[in-house]
Write a protein that binds this ligand. Structure first.
Ligand code: KIV
Length: 272
């Protein structure tokens, strides 16, 4: 097994391409704050995504639509301060790039300048291709996102698996090709049939990262709060939880309450 990632001092989009070519899987997780980013980076993750899922897991919104560019910049700059190796990708939030490539470029530039992030991610295919091209032409690395694109939830009406039908699958393949031609360095594919994700991965020369898209992609991404078991209500089939932090943290808080109420905390060694 090759380990292109181990030799890299700092992950770049070129390292990710070399990993795809060498058949080394790419790991990606979300982070929204300094402390979480420090842990995830220290563990050796390849890519950290400052996802607009911050709107859900950090702010408690039902969708990703309300989060603003200023809020994404705040999250991204906190993450950047905790990262020394991973490539940091930041989501352009809803309303900052669709239908207006000039606005898209200025949104991407604000993220790069004000947070120090390394790249941006946009949801969509051919319909946002002008925005993608304009950002890429300014020297900003862009990642695509196809399949279930949560910023379009009100168009889809549901968070169910996308591209099961032939027509939507065909469009997804065309979108992936168009994104590659426009210069994206990678594509996230969310909640699509595994066979389709594998087909796209073979079709393009850039890395694909799946979430709910099976094992045939070049890498995997999860929302870290889901992996840690903090978001206990969210239980899709594709999710593997590695901890039950919701219960562990709740138990810790209950113990703290008990200790304070009983005057057990602080004890004589825990004071000055
Ligand atoms: O915002 C996010 O966390 C994402 C991942 C689900 C890929 O876009």
């Amino acid at each position: 097994m090759s380990a292109v990632s181990k030799d890299a001092k700092r992950m770049t989009t070129h390292t990710l391409k070399r990993m795809k070519d060498a058949g080394e899987k790419i790991t990606m997780l979300t982070a929204y704050d300094y402390s979480m980013a420090t842990i995830i980076d220290d563990a050796g993750i390849d890519v950290i995504l400052v996802g607009d899922s911050a709107s859900n897991v950090m702010a408690g919104h039902e969708t990703t639509l309300p989060i603003t560019l200023d809020q994404m910049i705040y999250h991204a700059s906190s993450v950047i301060r905790g990262v020394s190796k991973a490539l940091v990708v930041v989501d352009l939030p809803f309303g900052t790039y669709q239908g207006n490539s000039e606005k898209a470029l200025s949104s991407a530039i604000r993220i790069m300048k004000e947070s120090g992030a390394h790249s941006v991610k946009l949801e969509g295919g051919l319909e946002i291709i002008d925005s993608v091209k304009r950002i890429v032409s300014a020297g900003v690395p862009v990642m695509g996102h196809l399949g279930l694109t949560p910023q379009s939830i009100y168009k889809f009406g549901t968070y169910t698996v996308r591209a099961r039908e032939e027509e939507e699958a065909k469009k997804l393949i065309e979108d992936a090709t168009a994104l590659e031609e426009a210069g994206v360095f990678g594509i996230v594919m969310e909640k699509i049939p595994a066979a389709l994700a594998t087909k796209v991965t073979k079709n393009v020369s850039i890395p694909t990262i799946g979430i709910g898209a099976g094992s045939g992609t070049d890498g995997q991404v999860l929302v870290s709060h889901d992996l840690f078991g903090i978001t206990k209500q969210f239980n899709p089939r594709f999710l593997r939880r590695y901890l039950d932090l919701y219960s562990d943290m709740k138990n810790a808080v209950e113990s703290y309450i008990k200790d304070v109420k009983s005057s057990d905390f602080p004890n004589s060694k825990e004071q000055y």
